[in-house]
Design a protein around this ligand. Structure first.
Ligand code: A2P
Length: 275
């Protein structure tokens, strides 16, 4: 599968990822194994999802080599001090990446409320990056002001990735433009709008035209925006379907039509994270 280089690192990120939010235990393990079999090489987990160990177990069981899989996890918040936060990250890294293992990407999950906590966490991520335990480091739900603020304390800047909510109904143009200007890779969470708009008639007409499903059109839309979509599914057929998006392309007119669906913050599923 195609990959996108991560600026200022030696790594690259597979263009399509697999989201595991709200998948737990055996069903999470099975979904990750199904996804790897369907061709995904990029799994997106988080401390908050409470399934890091399941993701790690699935990767261990899979015949695919660890080096061929791109694993992301996210740190939720400061554990109280830099040392505690460091240990919390190492625990997460070992859950998904195995003992003495690494993650391909470690993110700060949300900017939270205070600069102090952002600064502390970024320092911890920089240390793990220098130690090789996080091959790339980044942020999630950051707005331009948070990334600009990082300049005051960051040794690694810009962050390699910013993961935000992105789909036609929530296009966050300001942060998208900002990240493009700085060569920060945008990862798109909830690229299927959590399923909310799959019956949209405009989307349906485009799906019919290409003989694809609405979900496949949404994933293709994200890919053509140069976003890294992270669709989630617990269903083996839909997992496969969502990976089957590299044999067609939306034309400019259809991209424009989908562009026109943007509703800004009103279209967000997680409006607290959107300007
Ligand atoms: P399921 O897990 O039963 O497949 P998002 O990635 O935007 O968070 O959306 C995830 C939601 O979309 C889940 O409810 C998932 O349900 C559903 N979903 C995932 N893929 C498809 C698909 N190809 N067709 C219809 N619904 C899908």
């Amino acid at each position: 599968q195609d990959r996108v280089p991560l600026t200022n690192t030696t790594s690259s990120i597979p263009k399509l990822g697999f989201g595991v939010y709200q998948l737990y235990g055996q069903s999470c393990q099975k979904a990750v194994l199904d996804a790897l079999q369907a061709g995904y090489r990029h799994i997106d987990s988080a401390q908050l999802y409470r399934n890091e160990a399941d993701v790690g177990a699935a990767i261990q069981q899979s015949p695919i080599q660890r080096e061929d899989i791109f694993i992301t996890t996210k740190i939720r918040q400061s554990a109280g001090s830099p040392d505690k936060s460091y240990r919390s990250c190492v625990e997460s890294i070992e859950k998904v990446g195995g003992k003495d293992g690494y993650v391909d990407l470690l993110l700060i999950h949300i900017p939270g409320t205070g600069r102090e906590s952002r600064e502390e966490l970024w320092g911890v991520l920089e240390r793990l990056h220098a130690e090789g335990r996080a091959r790339a480091i980044g942020v999630s739900n950051y707005r331009p002001q948070h990334i600009e603020e990082m300049k005051e304390y960051a040794k690694v800047w810009p962050p390699h990735v910013n993961q935000v909510e992105l789909h036609p109904w929530c296009q966050q143009r300001e942060i998208v433009q900002y990240c493009e200007d700085k060569s920060i890779v945008l990862a798109a969470y909830s690229p299927l709008s959590c399923g909310d708009h799959l019956n949209d008639p405009t989307l349906g007409a485009i799906a019919d035209k290409y003989d694809k499903s609405p979900a496949q059109i949404l994933i293709r839309f994200a890919l053509q925006k140069n976003w890294v979509p992270l669709p989630k599914s617990g269903n083996p057929d839909r997992i496969k379907q969502n990976a089957n998006v590299f044999d067609f392309a939306l034309d400019e007119g259809d991209m424009k039509t989908l562009d026109g669906l943007d509703r800004g913050k009103a279209g967000a599923l997680f409006p607290a994270n959107v300007k």
